[in-house]
Design a protein around this ligand. Structure first.
Ligand SMILES: [Zn+2]
Length: 371
């Protein structure tokens, strides 16, 4: 449009244009660049970017039919290709969720009848399926699907359970959920379950149960990624000894810098790295305050376990406060920028941003070396 054309516009229309322009500017998130750093774009061309642990749109706890298109946009802006979407499968026991009919189940107010934990989680799996049906995201059924999706600028979602409580001690439930798209299984969440023991209070001694061992073996056979986040040390060590495949610890901190229960020790980092897996660091605003601090944690995992054994687990919408610079908009690029600032190579940044996690999934699913 020429300047002359603008001049000829009636004043009312010009004012409307101004209002629309201002409103559009307000809607876009000011803290996130719309055009990412060209160096990050170049890194992304050679590496899958992944979020190892999230609850997009709080789909597991809110009364919604699917993850929203707007939430998928949050990931697209950060060029994230693969998102692990977690159903907290101990919700049936611990509460803090909204039913389909809008009734709110408060924390600790409810004891489920047999079959309910499975049914509740199956309902959340159906919400993920709905997200795919609506075309907001695609199902990360295989690693090849992620590679295809990113060519179309699509985000792929990997359905996961946070806590295998929904299995209710029955291996058939694992088979059913695998058929329904489950591709990652975090064994333990906030309670001791049929598989093993939790990392947080109230602490109790003990590792993997017989059922836990059966689940690890079957997850290995089915190519489901095993996640040890929230498991106590004995359970973790049992899993590492038994698993034929690399396993992950998707989201947490490091004990080097914090005494928090959800932080991993150097011994655990070493054991996970030796097994070929990875530790995901989270941007939890109640434990750390800036992206730089988060990258200090990432660097510690690199120092102890090596560059091939670290990733990012945002816990998006599962926690209430994020570090400054990551924020509610989930600015993953800020992490890549900080790594570049510290002198990491493009290839190393790609590994942290999701390359390592994707490689692990390829190994676990038996579809390695596809990209
Ligand atoms: Zn968690």
């Amino acid at each position: 449009m020429t300047a002359r054309g603008v001049d000829m516009r009636p004043p009312k229309a010009a004012l409307l244009l101004l209002v629309v322009t201002v409103l559009t500017a307000c809607e876009s998130t000011p803290t996130l660049e719309t055009d990412p750093d060209p160096r990050i774009v170049a890194i992304h061309e050679h590496a899958v970017f992944a979020d190892m642990h999230a609850h997009p749109s709080r789909f597991h706890r809110e009364n919604i039919e699917s993850i929203t298109a707007a939430e998928i946009e949050v990931y697209r802006r950060s060029t994230i290709d693969l998102v692990v979407a977690n159903i907290s499968s101990d919700m049936a026991f611990d509460g803090a969720y909204v039913n389909r009919d809008g009734t709110e189940v408060k924390e600790g107010e409810y004891k489920p009848a047999p079959g309910e934990a499975y049914a509740l989680s199956a309902d959340r799996l159906a919400r993920l399926q709905k997200t795919f049906e609506l075309g907001y995201a695609v199902h990360a059924d295989t690693p090849a699907d992620v590679l295809a999706a990113r060519k179309n600028n699509d985000v792929a979602i990997m359905p996961a359970l946070e806590g295998a409580d929904a299995l209710e001690g029955n291996i058939e439930n694992l088979y059913k959920m695998h058929d329904d798209g489950l591709r990652l299984l975090q064994l333990i969440h906030f309670r001791n379950n049929e598989l093993g023991h939790t990392q947080t209070w109230p602490y109790s001694p003990g590792g993997l149960t017989e059922f836990g061992r059966e689940v690890v073996r079957e997850a290995n056979r089915l190519g489901i990624v095993i996640d040890m986040a929230h498991a106590n040390n004995e359970t973790m060590m049992d899993v590492l000894e038994l698993s034929r495949h690399p396993v992950i610890f998707s989201h947490g901190g490091v004990r080097e810098f914090t005494d928090h229960d959800r932080a991993v020790t150097d011994e655990q980092i070493r054991a996970i790295a030796e097994n070929g897996g990875a530790v995901g660091i989270w941007p939890h605003g109640r434990h750390i305050s800036t992206v730089a601090e988060m990258v200090d944690y990432i660097e510690h995992v690199i120092k102890i376990g090596g560059i091939d054994h670290v990733g990012i687990g945002s816990d998006l919408r599962g926690i209430s406060r994020y570090v400054i610079g990551f924020d509610e908009e989930a600015n993953f690029h800020a992490i890549a920028e900080e790594l570049l600032r510290r002198g990491y190579s493009d290839s190393d940044v790609g590994k942290v941003m999701g390359g390592n996690f994707f490689r692990i999934w390829q190994t676990v699913s038996g579809s390695g070396n596809q990209g």
